[in-house]
Design a protein around this ligand. Sequence first.
Ligand SMILES: C[S@@+](CC[C@H](N)C(=O)[O-])C[C@H]1O[C@@H](n2cnc3c(N)ncnc32)[C@H](O)[C@@H]1O
Length: 243
Amino acid sequence: MLGFDPATSFGAAVAQRYDDQPRGDETDAVAFLAGLARGRPALEFAIGTGRIALPLHAAGITVDGIELSPDMLARLRQKPGGAALSVVCGDMSRATTGHRYGVVYLVFNTIFNLLSVDDQIRCFENAARHLDADGCFVVETALPHAWIAPSAADYVHAEHVGLDAITLDVARYDPVTQLLVENHVRISAAGIQLTPIVCRLITPGEMDLMARIAGLRLLARYADWRSQPFDARSTAHVSVYGR
Ligand SMILES: C[S@@+](CC[C@H](N)C(=O)[O-])C[C@H]1O[C@@H](n2cnc3c(N)ncnc32)[C@H](O)[C@@H]1O
């Protein structure tokens, strides 16, 4: 998408309504991450508005964050407990908190928000830099083939159909670059709002290779936060990497 700037995908309007419809996996994700942390501090790459970080902190784990969007960060600060978290505003593939953690985690497909193979590898390397000797890096994404049908280069998906507004997801996938270019189009009496985003879709196997480049290896892979077995029917994965 010519002129697209990833730093603008999660602007003020998105940040304000980000928590309106919870994803629903928060309790399971927090239990999984707290179990891995075993009381040690955790770092969330792309912490957003604290959807996972705030309940994890409430469960007794110190959580720091790195986040690119000042608007998402401002929203986090407004939420109860949000001002207490230490968050660096920056790019998760490069920024550092200067500390090491028992768990570094990156959830909700967000490694896809890095748009080149080099940046995605740098993200694994940055996670490794922030880990204790026996720390874990946890990555959660959908599987690319479950996200887009292999034959569907272009699609329009009705994301929300309401009386006063509709939201369409208009997308195009390029298998050469692995970039999924999307625009969320909200049409209402107030007008038309466009929210563009670009993702670089990668498979679990590619992530395993990126991890190896970063000096990590796959320790476990599940289909979801409830540690269900990862198999041929899985549509997503939760992968745990360590040294
Ligand atoms: C789908 S949201 C996920 C937020 C949060 N982790 C959650 O689970 O609700 C994606 C977040 O990634 C952030 N983000 C995108 N690219 C980033 C980057 N390179 N470095 C840090 N944060 C980034 C966005 O600003 C946004 O807050």
